[in-house]
Design a protein around this ligand. Sequence first.
Ligand SMILES: Nc1ncnc2c1ncn2[C@@H]1O[C@H](COP(=O)(O)OP(=O)(O)OP(=O)(O)O)[C@@H](O)[C@H]1O
Length: 317
Amino acid sequence: MTSSNVCLDARDLLLGHKARRGNAFSTAVLDLNLQIMDEEFVVIVGPSGCGKTTFLEAVAGLVPVAGGALEVGGKAVKGPGPERSLVFQHASLYPWRTVLDNVLFGPQVQGRLTREVRARAEELLEIVGLSHVAGKYPHELSGGMKQRVNLARALATDPTLLLLDEPFGALDAQTRENLQDELLRIWQADTVSAKKTAMFVTHDVNEAVLLADRVLVFSPSPARVALEVKIDAPRPRDAAWRRSSEFLAYGDQILEALHHKPAEKTETPAPAPESAASEDSARNHDNGVNSDQAAEHARAGRGSAVQGTVRLGTAQA
Ligand SMILES: Nc1ncnc2c1ncn2[C@@H]1O[C@H](COP(=O)(O)OP(=O)(O)OP(=O)(O)O)[C@@H](O)[C@H]1O
């Protein structure tokens, strides 16, 4: 059951990337209109390059709003903030920090390293099944374990909105399924904080149907909502449901909507950012919990307009 407050509101949203030189602006998201309610689990699917990550990064405050409006909790997004946490496909943990210290990094840079925060970090490690490796270093962990730490770290700052960009895309099927279950457990009954709103990007239609209250199918670039599918199934969604004809029918509906031809990309002069985070403010932002995530994001190979780095390819499911 979701509450009726709007968590995220995008109205006629325009997002894109400025060329490193010159004034060219390449549109990634155009006239996007969508709302996400508090405590809702929304999954976004769409063709490669349609603008899903750009949208998530804008919500995280890492890509400036070039037009329209983008609000979280009724406030315009102007940069990273502690109420939003972003989890990337590749966990990029600090190799010189232990697992527990990685989880504590966000609160530490925020200057909130209290006894309660430490207790919460330890509890989060327990929730993701990693208490026994709290003192180990990232190189001693498997890929799935690293991504669990990543998830715990994103939750350590107690965000209200959890942004997940193909977080399980690089994992094997079994680990992926385990983490899907864990994520749902955390989202449904997080014992250490209130229920969260989640926005999850994936290329895996089955994953989308399994996790979502609502699946948004984005059109080819520039992204808009081409189809919205409400997944009307009770939780927890057990193995039997995953094999049901209803589950398969949802998947077919989404796949059908995905079979669109890509539209041509537009290149226009850069519009003046409206209420958006300026590049400098986002780059220099050091109060928000997730400024460290921005740096890690760049390290992990995913550049944003804010970071001004070149984007590397991402593995597709
Ligand atoms: N830092 C950047 N600079 C310039 N253009 C970029 C940058 N990042 C992304 N783009 C472009 O913006 C468009 C949308 O990319 P985005 O990564 O948001 O798509 P996506 O839907 O997440 O793709 P995928 O599913 O392949 O991860 C693409 O045309 C991409 O080439």
